[in-house]
Each structure stands twice: as structure tokens, then as C-alpha cells.
Design a binder for this molecule. Structure first.
Ligand SMILES: *Cc1c(COP(=O)(O)O)cnc(C)c1O
Length: 410
């Protein structure tokens, strides 16, 4: 087995290591817990590394993309555009048209404006889009980052939905073919997932009279540990109970009418990733011990980028001394660069290697990469023992001669 120590020696630190077999295994695990038949979309937001995205495709996923860049990455990883679902609360006309020209199969619509935008896009592209209505259902749902049952930029609230329903008969080009709900990421337990998805099934059944319900995207929220050791939850009740609800409300689902979709980023990739870093300094300050690492919130966004409280607990690879409770911080010149407080660490000394586990989702791309000009980490993708790629994303400045709006998925 290629050890983390070998990788650190060979490629240096900080280094993200992604085990692609773990992505494939996680996808199989999740698919095994979902009602069947159904499709699972990989949310590129969680980790757009090309090899990770390709692993999700190999594992049988479709792609959920939220930008032209995501779409490019998905296509490069071998996804066909027809298997891509475009989501997100803000898109320019040009981005909408670029996605349509590329052949994106489903466009999630989050507002009356986005529906009009799609309708207009036919004139520029000659293509007729297929849309899902993303709903912000009135039932509050518990979750890590909640997006439904409260005012938010996501989805159509009941008033927005009523507006859209009134305009459906005027649509000439957009085919509204289904419903999309996504309530929260990192759901705290199976019951809250079931409640959110049950509400999605009810909404789909209610809207069957006004739209041709060919797709029912029940979203996700499947949880996984973040930057701390631990296993992902299992959902033994999910498939039987959702199957029961689907049978009762939308019995055609077993024959694909509607086709049921789910989405996940975190569950599929979180456990595949480890961030390897080295200790730069160990110092005392008014009685507390600070371990300064060569990585921080510029490489691992956590709290800084996603509003989440980051509870990183490191797993030191070197040193077998006594565990000390330390504050784990990065090298940035801001007191916000904290990866963990009161973290138990053994053998912390300059040069020592530290591994932050379970950071394969919402890692590098949630970091403040441009802040303070440190070099971004190397990213090493492994399949078994084989190094599939070792690459580094760089920020670099180029001269812009004119408006470079996104007009195509180039
Ligand atoms: C963020 C997001 C996801 C993925 O969430 P995870 O917690 O990573 O599974 C899926 N769908 C939508 C619409 C999202 O915004």
C-alpha cells in the first residue's frame, strides 16, 4: 500500500490524497441503501478533481453541476451532457445558453426568472430545454446547512411556485418534466432525510396534475465525517420506507414514471480524502500550545468558506510520545486560520507529519486559495497502490483584452 509517508516524501506537503477506490465503494454503499430503480447524481461541488469526478462516473453516477466550469469538468471526465443536471440559484443568460448548447439534460429552475431565462434561451440556441422545478417546501427540515422551509435563495417557495404554475401554459419551448427538492446537506439522522424526501414525494404527487412528472429528484443530505476520524452513517430504513411512500403516491415509479433521482457529494467523496501536512512550529502562548501547520483554511475551507464550524481532529503519523491538547492552526496572518482547538496530538514537533482524515469533500475548493499567496497543495489521486495523477491547481493572472463572458463550454 502506498503509504502517506511515501507520498509526503515524494510529492511534498501539503498534499491532498484521494483514494479513488473509496469513491467507488462509497457510491456502491449509497446505491445499496436507496430505493431501486433510481439514479444517483454526483454533486461536483463537493470535489471537482478530474479523477474523482471520473471515479463517480465509473461508479455509475450522473453529474449534478452548478457552473460552466463544473460542466466542463464533468464532460472531460467522460459524462455525457444528457446525464448532467444543472442546478444553482444564479446563472447568466450566456451560461444558460452554453449549458443548453452543450446538451445538458435537465435544468433545475429555482425562480420565475430562471424559467423565463430558459424559455428565452431557445431563440439563441435552437434547443428546447427540459426543466425541473426546484421547490422550497414550507416544512422545515433539520440539517447541517438547511436550504428549505425558511427564506432562502434556493428553490421556489409556495408563492413562487404558484406564479410559475400560472405561467406554465404560456411556455412554448421549455418542457417542465419534474420536481427537484434538496433540503439540507449533512442531515443529522435518517428521520430527517426521510421527512425531507417524503415531503418531496408529496410535492411531486401534488404537481402531477399540472406538470408531466417524468423526473422526481429527491435530493440528498447523506452525511459523512469532515476532517475528523469516523464512519459515515448507514440508512437501513431509507429504501423500504421511501419505496412505501412512492408506491402509495406515485406507483409508476417502479417502471420509471417518474424516474427517481438522488444527489450526493459528501457521502461519495468525503472519506476518500486525506490532507497531509507538516508541522512548521510549536509554540506556547499564555499557557496554550499552538501547532502551526503548512496548511490552513486557505486549503481546507471548512468554517471560512461554508459557515460550518470545523472540528478538525488530526491523526498524527509520526511520533509516539504522549498526546498533548493543542490548537491546530495554519500559517495565515489571521486569527481565523484555525483547523481545530484542543486537538489531541502526539509528538508534535517541527517537521512532523500530520494527516487530516475525511477531507475528500469540501476541501481544496472551499479554501481561500488566493489569500496570502501560499502555494496550493499537490493533489494525488490513487487507485489501489497506483498513483493515477499528481497535480497542482495554480492561481495565475492573465491579461484580459475584452469582456470574456462565458458563452460556450470550452
Ligand atoms: C450541495 C448540494 C448537494 C450536495 O450536498 P452533499 O451534502 O455534499 O451531499 C446536492 N444537491 C444540491 C442542490 C446542492 O446544493
Amino acid at each position: 500500500m502506498t503509504s502517506l509517508q511515501d507520498i509526503a516524501d515524494r510529492y511534498g506537503t501539503p498534499a491532498y490524497v484521494y483514494r479513488l477506490d473509496d469513491v467507488e465503494r462509497a457510491a456502491a454503499e449509497l446505491v445499496g441503501q436507496l430505493p431501486q430503480p433510481s439514479s444517483l447524481c454526483f454533486s461536483l461541488k463537493a470535489n471537482p478533481h478530474p479523477d474523482v469526478v471520473a471515479a463517480a462516473r465509473v461508479a455509475g453516477c450522473r453529474a449534478e453541476v452548478s457552473s460552466t466550469g463544473d460542466l466542463r469538468t464533468a464532460l472531460d471526465a467522460g459524462f455525457v451532457a444528457a446525464d448532467c443536471l444543472l442546478t444553482g440559484p444564479g446563472r447568466s443568460d450566456a451560461e444558460t445558453e452554453a449549458a443548453l448548447v452543450a446538451g445538458v439534460g435537465l435544468h433545475s429552475v429555482e425562480s420565475p426568472h430562471q424559467l423565463r431565462q430558459l424559455e428565452r434561451s431557445e431563440a439563441a440556441t435552437g434547443r428546447s430545454p427540459r426543466a425541473l422545478l426546484r421547490l422550497n417546501l414550507p416544512t422545515p427540515v433539520r440539517g447541517g446547512l438547511r436550504m428549505t422551509g425558511k427564506p432562502s435563495q434556493f428553490g421556489l417557495d409556495p408563492a413562487g411556485l404558484a406564479l410559475v404554475e400560472r405561467s406554465l401554459s404560456e411556455l412554448r419551448h421549455v418542457e417542465v418534466v419534474g420536481v427537484h427538492v434538496f433540503s439540507a446537506t449533512n442531515a443529522p439522522d435518517e428521520e430527517s432525510l426521510l421527512a425531507a424526501m417524503g415531503a418531496g414525494i408529496d410535492a411531486g404527487a401534488r404537481l402531477r396534475d399540472s406538470i408531466d412528472l417524468r423526473f422526481l429528484d429527491l435530493g440528498g443530505g447523506f452525511a459523512a465525517p469532515f476532517a475528523a476520524p469516523g464512519a459515515a452513517p448507514t440508512y437501513p430504513e431509507l429504501a423500504p420506507r421511501l419505496e412505501e411512500l412512492l408506491d402509495a403516491s406515485l406507483p409508476g415509479w417502479r417502471d420509471g414514471g417518474p424516474e427517481v433521482l438522488f444527489e450526493s457529494g459528501r457521502y461519495l467523496t468525503a472519506r476518500s480524502g486525506t490532507l497531509l501536512c507538516r508541522v512548521l512550529d510549536v509554540k506556547e502562548s499564555f499557557g496554550r500550545t499552538f501547532v502551526v501547520l503548512d496548511t490552513g483554511v486557505h486549503h481546507l475551507g471548512g468554517r471560512a468558506a461554508t459557515g460550518r464550524v470545523l472540528a478538525a481532529r488530526s491523526q498524527p503519523l509520526l511520533g509516539d510520545g504522549e498526546a498533548l491538547l493543542v490548537d491546530l492552526v495554519g500559517p495565515l496572518c489571521t486569527p481565523a486560520d484555525v483547523l481545530g482547538r484542543d486537538v489531541a496530538l502526539t509528538g508534535a514537533e517541527p517537521g512532523g507529519l500530520v494527516a487530516l482524515p475525511n477531507v475528500g469533500a469540501y476541501g481544496l475548493t472551499t479554501g481561500l486559495l488566493g489569500f496570502l499567496g501560499h502555494r496550493p497543495p499537490v493533489e494525488v489521486a490513487l487507485h489501489g497502490d497506483r498513483v493515477v495523477s499528481a497535480t497542482r491547481v495554480l492561481l495565475h493572472r492573465t491579461t484580459v483584452e475584452e469582456d470574456t463572458r462565458v458563452t460556450a463550454v470550452e
